[in-house]
Design a protein around this ligand. Structure first.
Ligand SMILES: [Cu+2]
Length: 295
């Protein structure tokens, strides 16, 4: 195990990181309008944001992480090139014998600590934004099943309905773009534009994950637990996500489709589902006077 192996591993790692940084910094090849809310062919950047959390996530990735990654990668690459050229056997036939340098060791310990602390400040800010949900306009409960999603609107009295993936045949029959195969569902989540939507996420069998890139959503769906996340779509359109926790043989076939519509269209959809826009009173709330005093 000489220095050669280690140096080669370092160079390989450095180049890989550099390649990733360059790729990530390049904007998606197709324009945003082409494929809003879905993957872009040849795309290598994050999907365009359509909800506040995704805007924050973009900032964290593009403004905080990418410069840090790029600078460190270039620095390491520069150091490697310098060592390879200046200190190879030909250029430096008599190597130095010392093996420790306290100053250098202090620098390479303290500098990464400071970098990580700086990153964590922005990271916590993003984490708090996820936790800090505005007053929601409505709640959707999403339940992961092997292998589809069940959606329920408790406030509007819409009982759970099952959302299944559209097959290739169904995509063709409906005249949809074939790229929507494994993204499009027969029964999407439908929400009004510009309103804060609370999504409560759980699972009925194994762990799934509710994820939709354009809204910055990704949260585990765990049996026996109720997780919560939120989004506020800033435009009308159809947005696609997928189960993002390996959950069995048909994991790749349980897409998440969210259709963002106008308020009027939303109300019409609620009516078509047999729901009501007037929130129903919590059970027992009709007779508060009858409640006995507890003390
Ligand atoms: Cu799943």
């Amino acid at each position: 195990m000489g220095m050669g192996t280690r140096a080669r591993a370092l160079i390989g790692g450095g180049l890989t990181a550099l390649g990733l940084a360059v790729f990530a910094a390049t904007p998606a090849l197709a324009s945003e309008g082409d494929r809003m809310g879905q993957p872009t062919p040849g795309g290598i950047a994050l999907q365009p944001a359509a909800s506040p959390l995704k805007v924050e996530a973009h900032f964290f990735h593009d403004v905080v992480l990418l410069p840090v990654i790029s600078i460190i990668t270039l620095l390491v690459l520069g150091l490697l090139i310098w060592i390879v050229i200046r200190y190879n056997k030909k250029a430096n036939p008599v190597p130095a014998k010392w093996s420790h340098n306290t100053l250098v060791e202090v620098i390479w310990t303290v500098a990464p600590v400071l970098i990580l602390v700086a990153i964590s400040l922005f990271s916590f800010r993003l984490l708090f934004a996820y936790n800090d949900m505005p007053e929601p306009y409505l709640t959707v409960k999403a339940t992961g099943n092997q292998w589809n999603w069940g959606y329920e609107y408790p406030d509007q009295g819409i009982p759970e309905y099952v959302s299944n993936m559209l097959s290739e045949e169904e995509i063709a029959q409906r005249g949809m773009d074939h790229a929507l195969y494994r993204l499009a569902a027969d029964e999407p989540i439908v929400v009004p534009v510009g309103k804060t939507i609370r999504v409560q996420v759980t699972a009925a069998d194994v762990i799934h994950a509710f994820a939709l890139p354009a809204f910055g959503l990704k949260i585990d769906a765990v049996p026996g637990r109720l997780n919560e996340t939120w989004f506020r779509a800033d435009r009308v359109g159809t947005f696609y996500g997928q189960c993002s926790e390996l959950c069995g043989v048909d994991h790749a076939f349980m897409p998440i489709e969210i259709r963002v519509v106008s308020q009027a269209d939303f109300e019409a959809w609620v009516a078509s589902k047999g729901g009501s826009m007037t929130p129903k009173a919590p059970e027992g709330a009709a007779a508060p006077a009858a409640a006995p005093a507890l003390n």
